[in-house]
Design a binder for this molecule. Structure first.
Ligand code: AMP
Ligand code: MG
Length: 319
C-alpha cells in the first residue's frame, strides 16, 4: 500500500528511478512520472487504465523548459503564462522534437503547465526532466483532491503519495489551445474565461474536433460517480419530495425538506471558489455513502460556475 508522507527527497529519488508517485497540486492530485522515460509514462497509462489516445500534460517549473519543449510560442501564450503561471492554466503549443510521442499521443502539440503547489514546485526544481502528470484516479472516475483519495484508488499500484493537504482550487486546469495567435478554451477550469480575456483581449470558438478527442475531459461521461447523478434546475430540486436513500447536492440556501445528513451544500454563501474546492470531495463522499440516487442542480453559468457545471454535466453522463 502506498505510503503517504512529506518527504520531497524520497519522491525525487523515486521519480529519478522511473517510478510513478502521487503529487499534490492546487487543482487536483496528480499521478506523476518522468515524461522522458518510456516505461514510466507507459505505467501511468496502465495504472489509470487510460486510453493511449488521451495525451498527458507536462508539468514544468521554468520558462527555459517551456522553450525547450515547444517549437513556437504565440504572443498571447507568453502573456497568459506571465499572468497565470504558476497556476491552474495549461497551454497547448506546437511541440519540439524533445517531446516523446507517447506523451502527446502522436499529436504535434504538447500541453504544458507550471503548477503552483509549493511541494510539487520543490520536486520539479530538483529534477532535470518535466513530469507527465494526469489526475491520480482511474480513468473516468472522480478526480482526487487529497492524498487519502489517491491512496484509496491507486494505493496498491504506487509506492508513495506526497501529502500537500487538500487541493486548494479543487478542479482541473483550464486548457487553452491556439489557432495561430488566436486562443480558444479546450476545457474550462480553474482560470476563468473572464480572467483570460482580461489579459489577451479575446477568445475564439474552439475549432471543430478532428476525430480523436482533443481533451478527454470532453468525453460525455467523465469525472463520474458510480451512483446515478441527475441534474435538475434549482426550482425542481426545491420541489423534490424527500425519498429514502437519496441525497441532494446543492449551492446556496439549504433545502427545507431534505435532512441535513442527506444534503451536501457546495457553498451555503454562494461562493463559486468554495464550491469548486468542495465539488470532487463531496461527490466522492456521496458516492461512498450508499445512496440510490443523487440529485443536483446547476450553478450560475458564470466564472468558476462554468467549469463546475461542465464537471457536473459529465458526472451525470450528459457530456
Ligand atoms: P487530465 O490530466 O486527466 O486532467 O487531462 C489532461 C487533458 O489535457 C486531457 O484532457 C488531454 O487530452 C489534454 N491534452 C493534453 N495534451 C494535449 C494536446 N497536445 N492537445 C490537446 N489536448 C491535450
Ligand atoms: Mg483527469
Amino acid at each position: 500500500m502506498a505510503e503517504i508522507g512529506s518527504q520531497v527527497g524520497h519522491v525525487v529519488a523515486l521519480l529519478r528511478a522511473g517510478e510513478c508517485v502521487g503529487l499534490p497540486t492546487e487543482t487536483v492530485y496528480g499521478l506523476a512520472a518522468n515524461a522522458f522515460h518510456t516505461r514510466a509514462v507507459t505505467q501511468i497509462f496502465e495504472i489509470k487504465r487510460r486510453p493511449h489516445f488521451d495525451p498527458l500534460i507536462l508539468h514544468i517549473h521554468s520558462s527555459r523548459q517551456m522553450l525547450d519543449l515547444t517549437s513556437h510560442i504565440p504572443n498571447d501564450a507568453v502573456l497568459l503564462a506571465q499572468a497565470f503561471w504558476p497556476g491552474p492554466l495549461t497551454l497547448v503549443l506546437p511541440r519540439s522534437s524533445q517531446v516523446p510521442d507517447l506523451v502527446t499521443s502522436g499529436l504535434d502539440s504538447v500541453a504544458l503547465r507550471m503548477p503552483a503547489h509549493p511541494l510539487t514546485r520543490q520536486v520539479l526544481q530538483k529534477l532535470t526532466f518535466p513530469l507527465a502528470m494526469p489526475s491520480a484516479n482511474p480513468f473516468g472516475y472522480i478526480s482526487p483532491t487529497t492524498a487519502k483519495h489517491v491512496q484509496e484508488q491507486l494505493g496498491d499500484k504506487i509506492p508513495y503519495i506526497l501529502d500537500g493537504g487538500p487541493s486548494e482550487v479543487g478542479i482541473e486546469s483550464t486548457i487553452v489551445g491556439f489557432d495561430g495567435n488566436n486562443a480558444y478554451i479546450l476545457r474550462p477550469g480553474g482560470i476563468t474565461e473572464q480572467q483570460i480575456v482580461s489579459v489577451i483581449g479575446r477568445l475564439v470558438p474552439q475549432p471543430e474536433a478532428t476525430g480523436t478527442p482533443l481533451a478527454p475531459g470532453q468525453l460525455k461521461s467523465h469525472y463520474a460517480p458510480r451512483t446515478p447523478l441527475t441534474m435538475l434546475t434549482r426550482a425542481k430540486v426545491e420541489a423534490l419530495e424527500y425519498e429514502r436513500r437519496t441525497a441532494v447536492l446543492v449551492f446556496g440556501a439549504p433545502l427545507t425538506q431534505y435532512p441535513h445528513t442527506e444534503q451536501f451544500n457546495l457553498s451555503p454563501s454562494e461562493n463559486l471558489a468554495e464550491a469548486a474546492h468542495n465539488l470532487f470531495a463531496f461527490m466522492r463522499t456521496l458516492d461512498q455513502a450508499g445512496f440510490r440516487q443523487i440529485y443536483a442542480h446547476w450553478l450560475p453559468e458564470t466564472g468558476l460556475g462554468i467549469p463546475i457545471n461542465d464537471r457536473l454535466k459529465r458526472a451525470a453522463g450528459l457530456g
